[in-house]
Design a protein around this ligand. Structure first.
Ligand code: AMP
Ligand code: GLY
Length: 419
């Protein structure tokens, strides 16, 4: 099977890596890709939100599977364009991707489907925002209605900061009740009818150790999640995933691709914090590491034969941890263009490897930073402790001026193993 992966971050590097390990994949392409991806796939420079450009490339290379990594091409209708041309695609159509593209729409669907989530109000002006903040009380949760690369949400005790964020969002905002409890990401593959859950993973959203600092796209992740209650996946498939797929079908927006269910495990049970219409980043980096079923045919089946024929997925024993190496000043305006050193040394460590998230080629053939999240260092092992040690040992071999990473990814989960 010839496959094309759209995107150029750590998630896409993980997808390309998983596809490269699939014996059924004969030819691997990416657009735009990145220096790490180029070791495994042929990179093409196109605008990946342009349905025509993507379709032309996919047709030219005779792609039998196009995997859409980021949300922007989904929301701009790239999956629709590919389906119109009969090219199998992993990712929802534009109408279905609104589950991520509009938080107000996602809330409406959840309400109609009876999905457990935070109470919320869609606000159109400062008066409505103030009323909603009064109604729910602190901590305040204010979300930009539209796409904001994981940075549109502010959770704060500070009323003035909550109001300021609402003003800065400009348009519609969603104000909601604070959900208290650890977060778990559950990703589900869907053909619109059948759904297949992946391994739950834990993401670390805040920029700094101890869950301090601003929200980011994610600073690290691990899988599996030993603290996830047994039966969590089955419960969420029943209370969240199936009702949502039914409701989307009822609205004529069949959901095919990956449904990202962000959950808070509250004292009253799991509640949906957010839906995304794509693989999460960096959770995908650890989840795909653990998947032993070849991934190509599974992703393709969401758009062709259906997942009914796939049965269940197989997972490797052990664990994976990824640590994000971020550029100075991330998640603000990150410093770019500095040389990255130590990639070979980090990759040489047993059970560890480095995925490129925000890099580009330096003129001398080296690699330089080109984004907020620059690298994802993955460690694997027999358990979370070993995976974590390896990830941090490899991360210590990376040199990038001004960069930082959290030092507490999977720390608690690994410590609990010993108790
Ligand atoms: P979202 O973009 O909706 O995923 O939100 C980003 C992050 O903000 C989530 O992963 C949570 O850490 C936090 N968050 C969002 N909504 C809530 C909520 N209702 N209660 C507590 N934290 C939230
Ligand atoms: N890691 C969070 C996200 O992908 O949205």
């Amino acid at each position: 099977m010839k496959a094309l992966v759209l995107g150029g971050g750590g998630r896409e590097h993980a997808l390309v890596r998983a596809l490269s390990l699939d014996p059924g994949i004969t030819d691997l392409h990416s657009a735009p890709g990145n220096p790490g991806i180029s070791e495994l796939a042929e990179n093409h420079v196109i605008n990946v939100t342009d349905g025509l450009a993507v379709t032309e490339l996919a047709a030219r290379i005779r792609a039998e599977l196009v995997v859409i990594g980021p949300e922007a091409p989904l929301v701009s209708g790239v999956a629709d364009a590919l389906r119109d041309r009969g090219i199998p695609v992993f990712g929802p159509d534009r109408d279905a991707a609104r589950l991520e593209g509009s938080k107000a729409f996602a809330k409406e669907v959840m309400e109609a489907a009876g999905v457990p989530t935070a109470r919320a109000r869609v606000c159109r002006n400062a008066g409505q925002v103030a009323e909603a903040l009064d109604a729910f009380g602190p901590p305040y949760v204010v979300k930009d209605d539209g796409l904001a690369a994981g940075k549109g949400v502010v959770v704060t005790e500070d009323r003035a900061a909550a109001e300021l964020h609402a003003r800065e969002c400009g348009g519609r905002v969603v104000v909601e009740e604070f959900l208290d409890g650890p977060e778990v990401s559950l990703f589900v593959l869907s053909d619109g009818k059948h759904a297949l859950p992946l391994l739950p993973a834990q993401d670390f959203k805040r920029a700094h150790d101890g869950d301090l600092g601003p929200n980011t796209g994610g600073m690290g992740a691990y899988a599996p999640v030993p603290s996830a209650p047994p039966g969590l996946t089955d419960e969420v498939m029943g209370s969240v995933v199936r009702p949502t797929l039914v409701e989307m079908n009822r609205r004529g927006a069949r959901y095919q691709g990956l449904l990202y269910v962000g959950l808070a495990l509250t004292s009253k049970g799991p509640r949906v914090v957010e839906f995304n219409a794509r693989f999460g980043d960096p959770e995908t980096q650890v989840i795909l590491d653990r998947l032993s079923t070849p991934v190509g045919a599974v992703l393709q089946a969401t758009d062709t034969a259906g997942l009914g024929a796939i049965g269940s997925l197989n997972w490797k024993p052990g664990a994976a941890v990824t640590v994000v190496v971020a550029a100075e000043n991330y998640p603000g305006a990150p410093v770019k263009g500095d040389l990255v050193h130590g990639l070979h040394a980090a990759n040489a460590l047993e059970g560890a490897y480095v995925l490129h998230a925000g890099t580009s080629w330096a003129p001398d053939g080296g690699v330089k930073s080109n984004g907020g999240r620059v690298l994802n260092v993955v460690g694997t092992g027999a358990d979370l402790r070993q995976a974590r040690d390896r990830a941090y040992e490899a991360a210590s071999r990376i040199e990038l001026r001004g960069s930082f990473h959290r030092t507490d990814i999977a720390e608690r989960a690994a410590a609990e193993l010993q108790d």
